[in-house]
Design a protein around this ligand. Sequence first.
Ligand SMILES: Cc1cc2nc3c(=O)[nH]c(=O)nc-3n(C[C@H](O)[C@H](O)[C@H](O)COP(=O)(O)O)c2cc1C
Length: 200
Amino acid sequence: MTKTAKYCLTEPCILEILDMTNRIMKEKYPEKMNSILQAIYNRRSVRHFSDDPIDREVLREIIRAGTWAPSGLNNQPWRFALITDENIKKEFEGLTRYWKVIKGARALIGVFIDRDAMYHEVKDHQAMGACIQNILLAAYSLGIGSVWLGEILKSSGEVRELLGLSEQLELMAVVAMGYPAHTEQTSSRIPVEKMIIFDQ
Ligand SMILES: Cc1cc2nc3c(=O)[nH]c(=O)nc-3n(C[C@H](O)[C@H](O)[C@H](O)COP(=O)(O)O)c2cc1C
């Protein structure tokens, strides 16, 4: 341990050291960094987008990746609303404090759970989380930035009404996406050692 490290025991400092370790690992052992791990570690929530539109086929491919998430009994309880129309998007802006993200996004994917397709409250919601994560990772893999918007769930009813959807469809998230305006997003995680609560 160096002298500086001795005085460096605060959480942000530990995170910095771990981040550095990660970077060294990636540089020293690039072969250990396969493309899935690369995407998991490097995907960041993107909230600023360029004006470039996203090809509709690309958006459909991202949704397809969502549908390949695992689900209990393979019941696939997810349903999607793909929104690129500026007028509809504008209506969404009034439903969340993250209206600037919506405004800047080139596409929105409303992710719904179909209550009629469900068999288990917890397991079906877990499947929805896996589906949304697949969407974020697929978007990242195609060079598209995205962010999982949950705050808008307070307006679930309004979203359903706006899109003319039936009662059994419950909003789980809106994913806002577009080509990233920049790649300066950063994030951090609590060291995994602190999260492992049993290990033997
Ligand atoms: C359930 C859930 C709800 C979220 N809601 C919002 C949101 O409403 N607005 C937002 O800007 N980001 C939202 N996020 C994104 C988180 O802020 C982000 O994932 C977290 O800060 C970690 O950053 P990273 O995604 O860049 O690793 C949400 C993420 C999750 C999983």
